[in-house]
Design a protein around this ligand. Structure first.
Ligand code: SAH
Length: 212
């Protein structure tokens, strides 16, 4: 695919995201500035600006751009925020968060994916990110609390306690939760004093969050 064709497909994608309810201009600019074609396997590069999920290494998937954009918008990130991400995957969502926040800690359980994501973000010169290999359901206590927590794999029944504990006051978490009936619902959880307020945002489809 030529550079001109890639650019045209990128512009079409941005228009599609707007139609799908993405109105936050910071989120749209972040999507525009991160080359998704570098995060997919080479054979899918010409599909990288279509609004579809695509396979990545280790049988995982890079989420559909509309989902990435809507989740990022729901997270309401600013450049003052410390962000924790669970499920680095390709590193695409990590790169978007890096553009919008002060610092990102991203945890991935599969070392090969984490290594590839690290390499990609280095190439893009996004230096405010630290990748960790491990079980993200435990969070990253060394750098807690986090203003924002983004989980990109589906938790079972509820958000992991360790992640709730590591959310700062007035913090926001966005997390898909498997309701046990084969359905996954995306939730926005805000910490208000000692209570957590959970708002459903819609049905989604993610790979499971695996507890190691
Ligand atoms: N946001 C990614 C896609 C994530 S796919 C992107 O933009 O490409 C979900 C990822 O979560 C997978 O890579 C999977 O290996 C990882 N994962 C699943 N359970 C996990 C856990 N307990 N801790 C950390 N990562 C986990």
């Amino acid at each position: 695919m030529s550079d001109a064709a890639l650019l045209a497909s990128k512009i079409r994608l941005i228009m599609q995201l707007r139609r799908n309810g993405v109105s936050d201009t910071n989120v749209l600019s972040a999507i525009e500035s991160v080359p998704r074609d570098r995060f997919v396997e080479p054979e899918f590069a010409d599909k990288s600006y279509e609004d579809i999920a695509l396979p990545i290494a280790c049988e995982q998937t890079i989420s559909q751009p509309t989902i990435v954009a809507l989740m990022t918008q729901a997270l309401d990130v600013t450049d003052r925020h410390m962000v924790l991400e669970i499920g680095s995957g390709s590193g695409y969502q990590t790169a978007i968060l890096a553009k919008l926040s002060r610092r990102v800690h991203s945890i991935e359980r599969l070392p090969d994916l984490s290594a590839l994501a690290t390499e990609r973000l280095e190439q893009l010169k996004l230096r405010n990110v630290t990748f960790h290999v491990g079980d993200g359901t435990q969070g990253w206590p060394h750098a807690a609390p986090f203003d924002r927590i983004m989980v990109t794999a589906a938790a079972f029944a509820d958000a992991p306690d360790a992640l709730l504990m590591q959310l700062a006051d007035d913090g926001i978490m966005v997390i898909p939760i498997d309701q046990g009936n084969g359905q996954q619902t995306l939730f926005r959880i805000t910490k208000e004093g000692s209570t957590f307020v959970k708002t459903p945002l819609g049905e989604v489809r993610f790979v499971p969050l695996i507890e190691d």
